[in-house]
Design a protein around this ligand. Structure first.
Ligand code: ZN
Length: 357
């Protein structure tokens, strides 16, 4: 009997069908999963590893067999996971990266954590060398072994070179999956060695239904989370988990005009939001300006319906101003993961966005 392959991934129908075909054929080129954060790249990589090694004869992955469970727990000896993180200096060829990862991020295996990495951290060359030695050995238990490199663009030239050599070697029993939200930051030589698989932001309706069915969200909460998350499951779950942390309250008040728009208001907002990360501040503003633009263009905003007065005042401003603001915030949000002076970052955001009188 040929097992039916079915990857339970939300909202990536075309991508998933493409991968299922490969899975059925049993041949894999190195894959580069490209797409925004939180849309299922890492989850799909792990699902693929499960499906390729599941022992259930009818439908794969079953999620319950020993192989499926150990992959899901990041505990399978034939799963090698690499990502930019500060590893202990002493033991670069540690054999237990998965265990170290799980100890630090237990939620990671459940797919609930958004692994926030410092963009300055790199995947070290030692780790890539370690991959090469691993690749030379046959798999321990799996039919097919998986090497998964998260945030693959965060690699220096030396490591990228070593990876390129690795990718050029035949991979009979191994599959490489690179994931990246900035695939163009990878060397072209690496991109051309990989089959690029695109992941897109998840549609609001799809997300709303999924959150109701799988995250136990009420219909109103699911609608709100779907609209806040801009197509990222990770962001929607974070919002449901802790919405105060997701939207920085003093920044919301500033946006709503409750503090005015003078220099004192900017300083008061910065003071009140001093514990918020640059990413949270820019994320809050980006969300609010997008909702204002949506309202202005006649669209629906569940957030504005539930929070009357927050979005409306800005939705009354010109479309050009709102578009400029969204564009500006998008460009700044790419910098928000860098080690920035949080106060300066907020100050420049708030003063640049000060709306016209
Ligand atoms: Zn299974």
């Amino acid at each position: 009997m040929t097992p039916q392959l079915c990857l339970p991934i939300i909202g990536q129908t075309k991508t998933v069908r493409f991968l299922e075909t490969w899975l059925a054929n049993g041949t894999f080129p190195p894959l580069l999963f490209a797409g925004p954060p939180g849309v299922g790249k890492r989850t799909t990589a792990l699902m693929l590893a499960q499906a390729a090694n599941c022992s259930e004869p009818r439908q794969r992955p079953c999620g319950v067999c020993r192989s499926c469970r150990t992959f899901a727990q990041l505990n399978h000896p034939d799963l090698r996971l690499l990502f930019p993180i500060r590893l202990p200096k002493k033991d670069p060829e540690t054999d237990d990266i998965a265990a170290a990862l799980l100890a630090r991020y237990p939620e990671f295996a459940l797919g609930q954590a958004q692994l926030v990495t410092d963009q300055k951290l790199k995947i070290p060359i030692d780790a890539v060398r370690w991959l090469r030695t691993e690749m030379a050995k046959p798999p321990l238990q799996a039919r097919r072994r998986f090497f998964v490199l998260l945030h693959a663009h965060q690699m220096n030239a030396e490591a990228a070179n070593a990876l390129l050599k690795t990718l050029e070697e035949p991979q009979v029993e191994s599959t490489f999956i690179l994931t990246s939200a900035s695939p163009t930051a990878l060397p072209a030589t690496i991109r051309s060695r990989c089959q690029v698989v695109r992941f897109s932001a998840i549609a609001r309706d799809t997300m709303r239904e999924w959150l109701q069915e799988n995250a136990g969200a009420s219909s109103a909460d699911a609608e709100l989370a779907a609209s806040v998350s801009e197509g990222s499951v990770g962001a929607a779950l974070r919002f449901l988990d802790n919405r105060e942390e997701f939207l920085v309250e003093p920044v919301v008040r500033y946006f709503a005009g409750q503090l005015g728009s003078n220099e004192q208001a900017v300083l008061a907002t910065m003071e009140a939001a001093r514990d918020a990360s640059p990413a949270a501040v820019v994320g809050t503003l980006l969300f609010l300006y997008r909702e204002a633009l949506r309202l202005k263009l006649g669209g629906d905003s569940p957030y504005a319906r539930r929070n009357p007065g927050v979005v409306e005042r800005n939705a009354g401003r010109g479309v050009d101003y709102l578009r400029r603001a969204v564009k500006f915030l998008l460009s700044r949000s790419r910098e928000a993961g860098l080690n920035l002076n949080a106060r300066l970052f907020s100050y420049s955001l708030l003063t640049t966005l000060k709306p016209p009188k």
